[in-house]
Design a binder for this molecule. Sequence first.
Ligand SMILES: Cc1ncc(COP(=O)(O)O)c(C=O)c1O
Length: 440
Amino acid sequence: MSSSAKKVDAYWMPFTANRDFKKRPRIISGASGHYYTSTDGTRLYDMFSGLWTSGLGHCHPKIVEAVQRQVATLDYCIGFQMSNDKAFELAERVVAMAPAGFSNCFFTNSGSESVDSALKIALAYHRAKGEGHRTRLIGREKGYHGVNFGGMSVGGMLANRKVFGANLIPGVDHMRHTLDLERNAFSRGLPAHGAELANDLERLAALHDGSNIAAVIVEPVVGSAGVIPPPVGYLEKLREICDRHDILLIFDEVITAFGRLGTGTAAERFGVTPDLITMAKGLTNGVIPMGAVLVRDHVYEAFMQGPEHAIELFHGYTYSGHPVAAAAGLATLNVYKEEGTFEQAAALEDTFADILHSFDSHKKVIDVRNFGLMGVIELAPRPGAPGARGLEIHKKCFWEEKVVVRNGMDLLQFSPFLNSTVDEMQQSFEAVRRVIDSVA
Ligand SMILES: Cc1ncc(COP(=O)(O)O)c(C=O)c1O
């Protein structure tokens, strides 16, 4: 059966123009290494390594083997009041990878669940310390923290919020975003201007009183809204303001953890230590859904009081610490170590930046941004049709050049494999250039 003859009606696809897609579906049925295979047998080079998930490439044999072995050994185990061996092992390993001071790891099944768990932990932490009045949560414009109610409320991407009710969860405020094309367009790496925007947190603390704020959540490098690296000094300033007011700082590292910035975490890369870190994606190389919230000692310790038979946190998921996901996580962390993946990623950064910034002078391009192995080419929108040019490029890349490029409206986003070769990077971007040249 050819892909176009397949029945595609029943699946309501996420974040997709369903009617447009179903006219000519793009359906993948296999993958190996850096390539997908579509249902008609075409091989396509993946320029987004899954959805920022699969830095090691697809179907890595060691992860596949670990999953196969685990599913035949222990397929599932209740995670409340008892749990499985792999979950404990993985928690130790994740904590060991984090910056000093992180003592504990709570497991979830996705980035969205990690974010909502982190927000709930922040609220419960203050209450455990006798400061139950600290209920306000602060996010940032252009933030993406997943799609559950907490993450959506602290998030700052208009389209993800506007049709779901005006108030979302109450008691949330936002700092301004840091994207500034006038001052920072075509910056290579961290932009020079904008650290002062962290003072928005100080203003919010002055407005609500810092003593009423529970936590602030930011992506250290914004991902989904289009790769916006923090201005030089911005994260440091945010940390200082949080310290001044005893506000918990949450780094949403669903994208940035596990080598995307050449280090285990963005916290390590920037030398700024938050109180909580949310993770997902690279934790299992995308093979099995899994997320985590890492907390610093003082956060965990605040909960460890009262009678020992009492549950300290009334929160958790049926699949928290799932043994098959945990086995995938352990195998993934082993491969990162054995293959020196984070170092490989770090060594590719300059080449990636060179290739990306070779688009700076293209007449359809209004900005190019990069940090680590995260990059974006922002195209000028067609007058009256924002997003149309980006979607056309995505489709042409797929059909004509056999490369998978993610577009968010008119932003072409790139998340190369952490173990890419320079050759494949160069060739795939030449394909993208041909397509950008060819569209109106
Ligand atoms: C920073 C960030 N937080 C949260 C999420 C949500 O993760 P998930 O789609 O696994 O729920 C994402 C997803 O891309 C993300 O980039």
